[in-house]
Design a protein around this ligand. Structure first.
Ligand code: PAF
Length: 273
């Protein structure tokens, strides 16, 4: 990497927790298109999982991930051990306020501190010019953008569209945890988001009515339990009561035991999205 830097190459960074799939590949391809020296990190970050969450069972397959990276022409893969990232004496965390207090921040206290701390550490180690994140984790993206601005980090944060299966389910490392029937039920999430979009596009401005319609669709599917469904401002992540401009419709739900998130941005004034 030092040579790439010396040669004036732009360093593009894709931080991941491994179990690489097509959505990660889309981030790598975006970095490649930008003609960067591409660094991928694989680190299942313990500090972003709560005590009752799936850290131990989070899917891991380093061998397959390395093959994926090689095929995608990644220039460097960084796989730090936990002890190196978090030596026992470490005592510092990065906290972004407000943006982390809604949506996933409510049901996963401390989660975003884990994310912002590890992303800061990874950015400091890799020192990229740009870093790539998926729009599926819309709140994470907003939090990281805020952090990079607030801490004057000289890094461009770029986002890539959510990658979906043919039936609309957002691609996620956790999808492998769904059994066949749960996988079928999981399509209710995208159906609910699309219903919200249809309602808003046809003039519904009441955020509560939109959430209720989505709730109905998800509750009608088997083995689902909703953590939250929210219509929020895409910049502040604060709830929107009257939908008059672009909003983020965000949800988190369990299908069986697997927690999935998804979102869609809708602008009532635009014909496109
Ligand atoms: O989105 C993820 O996979 C993780 O939250 C990240 C950004 C790699 C930090 O661990």
């Amino acid at each position: 990497m030092a040579a790439a830097r010396r040669d004036g190459r732009w360093i593009g960074f894709v931080p991941t927790m491994g179990a690489l799939h097509v959505a990660h590949i889309s981030l790598i391809e975006a970095a490649k298109r930008d003609d960067t020296f591409v660094v991928v990190s694989i680190f299942v970050n313990p500090t972003q999982f709560g005590p009752n969450e799936d850290f131990k069972n989070y899917p891991r397959d380093e061998t397959a991930d390395l093959v994926t990276c090689r095929r995608a022409n990644v220039d460097l893969v960084f796989i730090p051990p936990v002890e190196e990232m978090y030596p026992p004496e470490s005592a510092t965390a990065v906290h972004v306020s407000r943006l982390t207090e809604t949506l996933c921040g409510v049901g996963r206290p401390g989660h975003f501190d884990g994310v912002t701390t590890v992303v800061t550490k990874l950015l400091n180690i890799v020192q990229p010019d740009s870093a790539y994140f998926g729009q599926k984790d819309a709140q994470q993206l907003a939090v990281i953008r805020r952090m990079v601005r607030d801490l004057n980090m000289p890094i461009e944060i770029l986002d890539c569209p959510t990658v979906r299966e043919a039936d609309g389910l957002a691609v996620s490392s956790r999808n492998v945890c769904l059994n066949k029937s749960q996988r079928e039920q999981a399509t209710c999430l995208y159906r609910a988001l699309n219903e919200a979009k249809t309602l808003i596009k046809s003039g519904q401005t009441d955020g509560v009515a939109v959430v209720d319609a989505m709730r109905q669709i998800i509750e009608d599917a088997d083995q689902t339990s909703i953590e939250y469904i929210s219509v929020v401002d895409p910049a502040s992540m604060q709830p929107v009561k009257r939908i008059e401009r672009r909003v983020l419709i965000a949800l988190a739900a369990r299908i069986g035991k697997t927690r999935l998130i998804d979102n869609l941005q809708v602008d009532p004034r635009s014909r496109l999205g």
